[in-house]
Design a protein around this ligand. Sequence first.
Ligand code: FE2
Length: 87
Amino acid sequence: MKQVKFTAMENGDRQDYDLLCESFEEYTSNLPKRILDGLIELKTAYEGYQISRYEHSLQTATRADRNKENEEMIVAALVHDIGGTLY
Ligand SMILES: [Fe+2]
């Protein structure tokens, strides 16, 4: 794995920051997959309710859609519980 040479950000050079930009772009390109993986994980997370957290998320997004919310709000409704799998 490539790494920067510095231990303090102020000592980084162009090559270091190009490396970090490349790494960040690669990481963020996987965001859609990580979001979908997070949604799938809700199928088995924190059980005990009559519906899974996955179903709850679909239900929440569907309600936002039916309420004619904008796309951003619908997506937010869909993913709002993903962080709950980190308990
Ligand atoms: Fe929720």
